[in-house]
Design a protein around this ligand. Sequence first.
Ligand code: PDD
Length: 292
Amino acid sequence: MPDVLWCNGRFTTTAERVIGVEDRGFQFGDAVYEVFKFTEHAPAFLSEHYRRLERGLREIEIGNPWRDEASFRETMREILERTEFGDGIVYIQVTRGEEERAHFWGENLQPTAIAYSRRYRFPDAARKERGIKVMTAPDLRWKQCQVKSVNLLANAIAKKKAQRAGADEAILIQDGVVREGASSSFFAVIDGRVITHPLDEHVLPGVVRDRVIDLAIAAHIRVDERPLREAELFHLAEAFVTSTTQGVMPVTEIDGRVVGNSRRGEVTTTLQQLFDALELNARGFAGSVRSS
Ligand code: PDD
């Protein structure tokens, strides 16, 4: 059964090939994307995903195919209404558009926008307790990582190397500094304090990252947004990664060395529980329509 696909305002399914060979997303990776989660047909943190998409489009000068957040929400509501399964993700991509291949793009190009829903097996309770193993890898990405661009070649290569080494995620290192996961934000816990990279061009502003920081502060857990040195990785009490699909996921091994006592740590457990509760309560289309 093909998935529900929305393309430039029209509904079809993923069985239809809707992207042209000269689309700049295909030719140049000239596009941004978003991924949001839904459970029981209700999206989580939709406003936050919209705002990041809007910011990314603005930064690389692609026109926003949606008039405003309300019209974006309406498209997503229609997709989920037509989707048969209750739990999954929606993948959204906006490219600069399609035209005869040339590095210079035309000024009046119409963006190509697609969004489709897909089933997704989110980690179960056992997985969330067991956690994951990670491997460090050099960060070979472009220098504007705050933009959620579809240029994921460096991320994909790092992740494949990690997988071949028996790890679940690659942690990207640049200039001796831990940046983030290949598809997740990275957090360390040292002396009861939570440490994660500050928001700048080296990391993606993760939707889950921001929520977890707020939850930690509200729970009186100290948060340091500072670059973590690679050398510190091997003296952590706890570590975890965050992402839309994995939520708060404990890291129990880094490059074959155990983290803490090799079990999901106390701070990680607290933040995982707080985040799961927030995600459940914040679901739906009734969420706030805020401007950035
Ligand atoms: N990836 N950093 C990178 C490089 C990512 O690709 C992602 C998410 C994150 C976490 O962001 P968020 O909390 O907003 O999901 C951090 C998505 C899920 C993906 O590529 O599938």
